[in-house]
Ligand binder design. Structure first.
Ligand SMILES: [Zn+2]
Length: 425
């Protein structure tokens, strides 16, 4: 067999398979299906074979061979929840928070999410592309090969559509694949204070139809709502998501970050692909989630970024048979972190996941959480060749070592798109 690329001598080739074409659930999370001294063959950007190096080397001729030389080889990280598109930063607020200012004090002084909304409204598409591209470059260097990207810093129809344009342009220009999510219901904009239902009407009657008419395949795009005290209540969330479902969009919902409002139950009821945050979720809703197809996306960077104590009850979700994924939640307010390696380190410590469980949550389960489990997230034949060569010789070093970049080489669609300086591949 003749192939474009052959990767040989992975000390551990982590294939991290889908289970029944879906995520790894409950106590089956953490199935890495390791091939020792493994090799991977790639043609036309897809995985065409894999197995022990000795077997593949005997039957495959390759245009290019990369010797992993005893390192770990694994699927690219999938980051299934980000607010990566925004203008400006909020470093000054972080300084004020350290000094003891509360979220409400900062918001009343014109800060918080509305300061990012003002900056994003003022920026044109080119400015947003330049600022976001720098973040995507660093995400790629840290091993992320697919990113879900939300709107939600426009909160008016024109700026929300502008953010979708930015996502489409970066998806076309950048090696990272971007999956779009419309989050017009991220916050109540300042000009609608006290008129939350009117803003909900605007999302339902104007924004959703405008976006549906722009997007060729609504099923490949998600609609999300921030269901939380001070944002959208359960009824407003239901109206928005029900309309989005009618229009053919996939559904996501931010739930139970601070206060449990019943958002997990709503997400399961409406068949959402994922419910995200899932920190203060009551046990009966965890049970419901565990019996559903909806995936819990935990965002441990957020409580860490806010120096809070409570994290997703991952063990309870797994005990209920649920599917768990992890994501950065990258945003300028609560957690500006671009690295899934950092999220794995946090998940091991605060969610009590083993390294194997965290790796599966950051790859195959994360892919399923954005509806892409059939094409990415694992090293299985027929899948897109999104592959990492890690500078470690045991997968258990990932999550254990943290704070430096353990990625040596990133391969996207079968092509080397990043190599650590000094690496010969
Ligand atoms: Zn979020």
């Amino acid at each position: 067999m003749h192939v474009d690329l052959l990767i040989t001598h992975a000390v551990q080739l982590l294939t991290i398979p889908a289970h029944d074409h879906g995520p790894q659930r409950g106590d089956r999370l953490g199935d890495l299906a390791i091939i020792e001294d493994g090799a991977l063959a790639v043609s036309s950007g897809a995985i065409v074979d894999r197995g022990p190096t000795v077997d593949l080397a005997a039957k495959v001729q390759a245009d290019q061979t990369i010797d992993a030389d005893g390192r770990v080889v694994m699927p690219g990280f999938v980051d299934p929840h980000t607010h990566v598109i925004f203008a400006g930063d909020r470093a000054n607020e972080f300084e004020r928070r350290i000094a003891g200012a509360t979220y409400m004090e900062i918001m009343n002084a014109g800060g918080g999410i509305m300061s990012t909304v003002r900056a994003t409204r003022a920026a044109n598409v080119d400015e947003l592309v330049v600022q976001t591209r720098a973040r995507l470059d660093r995400m790629l260097q840290h091993g992320t090969t697919t990113v879900e990207a939300k709107t939600g810093y426009g909160l008016d129809t024109a700026t929300e559509l502008k953010m979708l344009d930015v996502i489409a342009r970066l998806d076309a220009e950048h090696p990272i694949d971007l999956i779009p999510t419309f989050l017009g219901a991220h916050a109540i904009p300042a000009e609608y204070t006290g008129r939350e239902d009117e803003y909900t009407d605007l999302v339902v009657s104007e924004m959703l139809p405008a976006i549906a008419s722009r997007i060729l395949q609504p099923a490949s795009c998600f609609v999300d709502v921030f269901c939380e005290d001070g944002a959208f209540n359960l009824e407003q969330s239901r109206r928005i998501l029900a309309r989005a479902k009618e229009l053919g969009f996939g559904l996501k919902i931010h739930v139970d970050e601070f206060e449990p409002l019943g958002g997990t139950r709503l997400g399961v009821e409406l068949g959402a692909v994922s419910v995200d945050h899932v920190v203060t979720t009551p046990q009966d809703e965890i049970e419901l989630l565990g019996r559903s197809k909806t995936i819990a996306v935990s965002l441990p960077g957020t409580p860490f970024g806010l120096a809070q104590r409570d994290y997703t009850p991952a063990k309870a979700i797994l005990a209920a048979g649920g599917a768990l994924a992890i994501a950065t939640d990258l945003n300028p307010g609560t957690t500006w972190n671009e690295s899934m390696q950092m999220i794995i380190a946090l998940a091991c410590r605060y969610l009590k996941l083993t390294q194997a469980q965290a790796l599966a949550a950051a790859t195959i389960n994360a892919a399923c959480a954005i509806g892409r489990g059939e094409s990415i997230g694992s090293l299985e034949i027929g899948k897109q060749a999104d592959v990492l060569i890690m500078d470690v010789r045991d997968y258990r070093s990932i999550g254990y070592q943290y704070g430096t970049n353990l990625v040596r080489t990133v391969i996207k669609h079968g092509r080397v798109v990043y190599s650590k300086q000094g690496a010969n591949i």
